[in-house]
Design a protein around this ligand. Structure first.
Ligand code: NAD
Length: 507
């Protein structure tokens, strides 16, 4: 839903409230095309009043939507799935223009998002209640899962289609109405998937989208009509969102940042480790919360071989514009972020690490103004370096050298983040010990990006997740519903109970 901006003819992405486009373009912000390093469009930044209008629309739509049978809600998701597939080229194009993702990577993101729509299509099954006949004489008891009401979602720039799709399809089929506040840095693809949801036949007001910044987020976190908040983004904001939302009596799940380590054991299949580390560290320019950004090599021998293998393979890495599908990865999101990533490489060098492959000054022909960082490999990193303690969120792979697997695990456990991790080994016993004991929420065994499928749930440990329930899948159903347990008896004329003051036992 874009309209031309008379000032400079750039289209503006607005809001979607009660099924209608809303412009509210008092405040607008530039949206960059990071491949070109140029402003490509603009986005409206919602005022508090606009967000309140969206909440009011969702509140008004709730009673009828709550009463709609789950099978009918699911039917809309079946249509939605087809529309997402049919419009995938346009969605991926918008992701590419505003995020910089290469088309094959954007297609992968969309596919993982669609899998969540497919899970939501099972609404009648996933909302079936638990029933106990004859819990006592003539007494039946059951638990059912009721919707919460108006639910809000706040999402990051790095998956403008997939992360919103983690949230609203499931929240909606559970009977809630929704207000989404996507990232203001790449709003185009998110607005398109919102429009497709309306086309699928969702009643007006059930789903609303507001673009905006802190003002919009704070309105969602404090408005008493919003019952629950799902957030995905960086850890400082996740912590702020969680503490503010829960202080206002809301249910909240806030997924934060990451520093994902791969242990490379001496017996690892090195070729497999090298090729899969390459994709997991540099795919999407390292701007994935599950990116593997640290390899912990157990023993100098495997460390040396790993560095040699990675250095050789990185000679073929292609960084460039999103529009060329031969590229392996594109630019980072903004010029400021590029400078931050380069700053971390500088600091690692100053603090004594070895820059083995240096991506600080990549040459990307025809796109000199784009926000590019080349694939970077750093050896001899230690746990006290700033580049190690912080999330870099760029195409930088750092190697730590340790002597034992336990030493590697202690390092991972000590890090503030616990999103994903992976072990490369041929030893089943070591792998089993690792997955059993490591303090990380999602574990891969020879699998670099262990992003759970849509019918499991996604969530890290430690400061990668604030809240008790992970995103999507079974945890998502629990998050978006409230359990109610009903105990029922229909006394027949002849069987009347006398007054009973002791605790009922149903014997
Ligand atoms: P971000 O925290 O800057 O922004 C996320 C959302 O919060 C956006 O909608 C933004 O508008 C809003 N926001 C930003 N500053 C705010 C403030 N001061 N007050 C209120 N709201 C604010 O994150 P990002 O840069 O868009 O995304 C990258 C981060 O997200 C990385 O740290 C990455 O690891 C994380 N991430 C985590 C997961 C996960 O599942 N754990 C998934 C994707 C991304």
């Amino acid at each position: 839903m874009t309209s031309p901006n008379s000032a400079n003819d750039l289209p503006i992405t607005g809001h979607l409230i009660n099924g209608q486009p809303v412009e509210d373009a008092v405040r607008v912000q530039d949206v960059w095309n990071p491949s070109l390093g140029a402003v490509g469009s603009r986005v409206a930044i919602a005022s508090k009043e606009t967000v309140e209008d969206a909440i009011a629309a969702a509140q008004a739509a709730f009673p009828a939507w709550r009463a709609t049978p789950p099978a009918k809600r699911a039917r809309i998701m079946f249509r939605y799935r087809e529309l997402l597939e049919a419009n995938s080229d346009r969605i991926c194009e918008l992701i590419g223009q505003e995020h910089g993702k290469i088309s094959h990577d954007a297609a992968g993101e969309l596919q993982r998002g669609i899998e969540n729509v497919e899970f939501a299509c099972g609404a009648p099954q996933i909302l079936k209640s638990e029933y106990s006949r004859n819990a006592g004489p003539g007494i039946d008891s059951w638990s059912e899962f009721q919707p919460l009401g108006v639910v809000a979602g706040i999402t990051p720039f790095n998956f403008p289609a997939m992360v919103p799709l983690w949230m609203f399809p499931l929240a909606l089929v559970c009977g809630n109405t929704f207000v989404l506040k996507p990232s203001e840095r790449d709003p185009g693809a998110t607005m398109l998937i919102a429009e497709l949801l309306q086309q699928a036949g969702l009643p007006d007001g059930v789903f609303n989208l507001v673009n905006g910044d802190k003002e919009a987020v704070d309105t969602l976190l404090t408005d008493s009509r919003v019952q629950a908040v799902s957030f995905v983004g960086s850890t400082p904001i996740a912590e702020y969102v969680y503490t503010t939302a829960t202080a206002h009596g809301k249910r909240c799940q806030a997924l934060g940042g990451a520093k994902n380590h791969a242990i490379v054991m001496p017996d690892a299949d090195l070729d497999n480790a090298v090729s899969s580390l390459l994709g997991a560290a540099f795919g999407s320019s390292g701007e994935r919360c599950m990116a593997l950004s640290v390899a912990v090599a157990v023993g100098d021998d495997i460390a040396d071989k790993l560095i040699t293998g990675l250095t050789k393979a990185m000679k073929n890495l292609k960084v460039g514009a999103f529009s060329d599908s031969n590229n392996d990865f594109g630019p980072v999101i903004t010029a400021q972020h590029r400078d931050k990533v380069v700053g971390f490489i500088d600091s690692a060098e100053k603090q004594g690490a070895t820059i083995v492959v240096d991506g600080r000054t990549p040459s990307v022909e025809d796109y000199q103004d784009g926000f590019y960082v080349g694939g970077t490999l750093i050896d001899n990193v230690t746990t006290s370096m700033d580049s190690y303690t912080s999330e870099i969120f760029g195409p930088v792979l750092q190697v730590l050298r340790v002597s034992t697997m336990q030493e590697a695990m202690d390092i991972i456990d000590a890090h503030e983040y616990g999103n994903g991790t992976c072990i490369y080994t041929r030893d089943g016993e070591a792998a089993r010990y690792f997955s059993d004991h490591i303090k990380v929420g999602m574990v891969g065994i020879n699998v670099p990006l262990p992003v759970p499928v849509a019918y499991h749930s996604f969530g890290g440990w430690k400061r990668s997740l604030f809240g008790d329930l992970s995103a999507y899948g079974p945890d998502g159903v629990r998050f978006y519903t409230r359990r109610k347990t009903i105990t029922q008896r229909w006394p027949s004329a002849g069987v009347r109970e006398g007054v009973q003051f002791s605790m009922p036992t149903f014997d």
